[in-house]
Design a protein around this ligand. Sequence first.
Ligand SMILES: *Cc1c(COP(=O)(O)O)cnc(C)c1O
Length: 421
Amino acid sequence: MAMTASTRNAITASASDGTVGPLSANEYIALDEQWSTHNYHPLPVVIADAAGAWVTDVHGRRYLDLLAGYSALNFGHRHPDLVAAAVEQLGRVTLTSRAFHHDQLGLFCRELAELTETELVLPMNSGAEAVESAIKVARKWAYQVKGVPDGRAEIIVAGSNFHGRTTTIVSFSTDPTARADFGPFTPGFVVVDYGSAQAVGEAITDRTAAVLVEPIQGEAGVVVPPAGYLAELRALCDANQVLLIADEIQSGLARTGELLASAADGVRADLYTLGKALGGGIVPVSAVVGSREVLGVLRPGEHGSTFGGNPLACAVGRAVIRLLATGEFQQRSRELGDHLHRRLAELIGHGVTSVRGRGLWAGVEIAPEGPTGREATAALLDRGVLCKETQDTTLRIAPPLVITEAELDSGIDAIGEVLAG
Ligand SMILES: *Cc1c(COP(=O)(O)O)cnc(C)c1O
């Protein structure tokens, strides 16, 4: 459809010099509606600035953030140490491409490897890219090290997984909305029920390269697997020369009270995918970390990314690693998480049927007679609280780990009011 003068002028606030003056929230929303693809359905709030656990909308109203960018904002909005690291690096060099060395990459990789007790780091940008990279590495390892016949490698994944949005990753999604009309799909994946080590055991063959799982499934509704699940997967992988890949993009980096959620089961994976909080909510930073034996299969030219491991990303990532190395955020997540789960448990029977999660991370199952997830999040927005439903009937609570107990209590009070109806 050709653009007419009237569609172009549907938003009238553009000044003659092309700058756009302050608009109302509804006008900003209308702009999004008209000009951005409709692949999201955001709540009707237009955020203009943010600090710590709080955001402010374009009309100056403050909201408590209980989503934290799906855990990309574990350290809160604009953590001063992270902003300082970004500003400092912006004044030096932001991008070199990997055609040249720069003075942040090696330090970032060493510090991330030391933090995660791994040996090599493959830096990328988005979480989906980290997962794609782990898949490529696992396949190459299967052919070169395990001796799987060329083109026959399989990766076992779990039902209700969420690993990102690329064509290969949605190929093994079990969410019809994530897949419909995006085929043909990438072969080489076997889906089994999440939480069943027995199902993984039955699916393993000579051609299995890896088992790829989330230690806790975030998008599925903060689903915690049975105790011992990851340890059983580890044992199966060891017995069958199969790699265990833990996607810790949402569960990792202090969200559950541990640096890595898999540690709660005492498990070490062969590869971890990291993302979200690794960029401190400032820049997209992701990585695959793991052993030299596995990540060492990649040779020059076989994989890469123009922006992966750029100086700005590495400088921010290094500041994130410094925050995580203190253990303070892991401890806050444990302590505030205990408080959160104690208080949410009191809502069971009052509009809530169950609560799942670990640390400062919860999936609150709304009673069938209560509001839909969307209605609940809209009602919370009216009360100045931001969170997001997942799976229609689950509220996902993932506050920034800098939130205070009093702030958390005010958010939980609002949730109680909205769900108890
Ligand atoms: C968010 C997420 C991803 C994808 O990350 P993007 O940065 O959105 O590509 C992958 N895996 C898990 C577990 C996630 O939560």
